[in-house]
Write a protein that binds this ligand. Structure first.
Ligand code: ZN
Ligand code: ZN
Length: 176
């Protein structure tokens, strides 16, 4: 949803509180597509922050359907997102890199709330998703989920260390 910021950007001392629905049904990143299973509306507090500038503070809770990095069991990812951004009017020069980056969230005088939440999810995505801390993962030989049953395959590498190496590898691959 686009939020018109023309008043908060131009009227000194202007503040506004609003709640807008999050439209996102699915979060698509380099790691794949994750269905949004639960979400709250986005709560915004908007405040004028000088000529052509506005501060947008807010929060939203999102749950996504993801899978355990080791055994691929479905694991929900719950994110409690809180943000604070300085946004600028199209006719104002961004003062620093952060403001310039936030410009990407603006469509003229309007804030793209979906794009903002997308960026926030990207930034708060967990490095590691595990169904449980000691998840044994799947057997590299036969694919059996070893939390459910030991398959007895000869895998010669001790499980715990292999799992740790796997995590580092996954974390490395997760840089988005
Ligand atoms: Zn697992
Ligand atoms: Zn096996």
């Amino acid at each position: 949803m686009l939020i018109n910021l023309s008043e908060v950007l131009t009227l000194e001392g202007k503040t506004e509180e609003l709640s807008v629905p999050l439209e996102m049904e699915c979060f698509s990143g380099r790691l794949g597509d994750f269905a949004v299973t639960e979400k709250t509306p986005i709560a915004f507090t908007l405040a004028n922050a000088g000529t052509g500038k506005a501060k947008a503070e807010g929060s939203v809770r999102v749950s996504l359907a993801a899978a355990c990095d080791r055994c691929l069991t479905q694991v929900p990812v719950h994110l409690e997102i809180a943000f604070e951004r300085i946004l600028t009017a199209p006719d104002v020069v961004a003062e620093d890199e952060e403001e310039a980056e936030n410009r990407q969230l603006m469509d003229g005088w309007q804030l793209d709330a979906e794009a903002l939440v997308y960026q926030e999810i990207l930034g708060s995505w967990p490095m590691k998703i595990l169904c449980r801390e000691d998840c044994k993962g799947t057997c590299p030989v036969c694919g059996q989920n070893r939390n459910i049953r030991e398959c007895g395959c000869d895998t010669f590498v001790p499980d715990p260390r292999m799992a740790v190496i796997g995590d580092i590898f996954n974390a490395y691959n997760k840089e988005v």
